[in-house]
Ligand binder design. Sequence first.
Ligand SMILES: NC(=O)C1=CN([C@@H]2O[C@H](COP(=O)(O)OP(=O)(O)OC[C@H]3O[C@@H](n4cnc5c(N)ncnc54)[C@H](OP(=O)(O)O)[C@@H]3O)[C@@H](O)[C@H]2O)C=CC1
Ligand SMILES: O=C(O)[C@@H]1CCC=N1
Length: 285
Amino acid sequence: MENIRIGFIGGGRIVQALLDGLHEANYLDKIHLTISCPSANDDKSSLKRFSNMIQMTSSNLLLCNTCDIVLFAVKAKLIKSICQELEKSLDKNRLTNILFVSIVPGLTISTLSHWLHTENNIIRIMYNVNVAKCNGSYAISSLTTNENNHRLENYLKLIFDKVAYYAGAVSESELDIMCALIGSGPAFFCTAVEGLADGAVKAGLSRQLANTLAARTMLGCADVLVTSSKHPAELKNDISTPGGTTIYGLHELENKGVRGAFMDAIMAAFNRAQTMADQLARDTK
Ligand SMILES: NC(=O)C1=CN([C@@H]2O[C@H](COP(=O)(O)OP(=O)(O)OC[C@H]3O[C@@H](n4cnc5c(N)ncnc54)[C@H](OP(=O)(O)O)[C@@H]3O)[C@@H](O)[C@H]2O)C=CC1
Ligand SMILES: O=C(O)[C@@H]1CCC=N1
């Protein structure tokens, strides 16, 4: 297991969040990890802080020639040309022995399979920035059947388990829902925290205290919900005393359709993932 080498094509925010989490979990120096990105040799790269624990290269080809698991972590529009270069230059045997992993919304197994001219060695994963504090969530969508790919997939799970809660093996369509809830969810929660803090500032609290308390209140609620079997409505009802402050605030939220707004946000992100998948699939024709 220890000799399995992992490569990331792209070393931006979502990859660095994973590196931060693995570092915090004291696991980064226990794995062989390489990142390829154009700025690999730039002294100002924010990846430099990991330089004694990871390998860096500006060549995606070199990365694929040395890694057993390769994750695509770049913007969707770049993937086709990256795949074309790999498919053209990589030895066929090497290409079919790598486990390729898409973390890109809309980059489906079938599209990647088409661009790489390979099959049965591609899976998808969705995770979120919360891995940076070992508090992420992730899910996997996989159709691989051969033993070597299962071994590589299990190794990947072992690594993600250090920093994230495993939501399970899901279909690709379910992974698009996970993309909305797990992947984009942190941005939705941050927007809610910002709004609550803004309200407290309007009422007269300092910005710093308002931000800290809004975030800590969310953290505490999340902890209760995750560690108890309480339904969110039960916790909400426990807090709302008859004729008290909370129910007045909740009435305003209902007047503004906040629940519908959150539902719409999830549906919009989910639909966007499916639209992106359709657009990328059209590029395989
Ligand atoms: N941010 C998030 O929370 C999540 C993002 N994702 C998905 O992950 C992908 C990456 O997102 P994110 O990290 O936020 O994006 P960033 O913009 O932060 O990072 C993009 C990375 O791609 C690199 N890159 C650009 N061109 C190439 C190339 N030709 N070959 C190799 N690397 C290249 C960039 O390198 P350089 O810096 O040198 O230009 C950079 O390291 C996206 O598809 C996104 O949708 C998925 C789940 C969550
Ligand atoms: O916005 C995006 O496209 C990525 C996917 C999930 C979170 N961020």
